[in-house]
Ligand binder design. Sequence first.
Ligand SMILES: [Zn+2]
Length: 76
Amino acid sequence: MAKIKQVLNSVTVEEAKRKRICHRNRKKHAISGGERCLVVRDPASGGKRNYCVECGNEILDVAADDLHMLRTDLNA
Ligand SMILES: [Zn+2]
């Protein structure tokens, strides 16, 4: 049987080696070296955006809701 396709390839968690900027709030949310951050890649541009833990959790909350909606729709 064929491998199950993974659709969340563009989202990963990384530990910042040095300071990064949170894309959602560039002025107030710094990601310091040693801290974890959510990294979202854009396959079209090859670029990536970093989000601090607070913003990353909000992004994952929305994604969890979206996944739940998709599953509900699929099984309707
Ligand atoms: Zn942030």
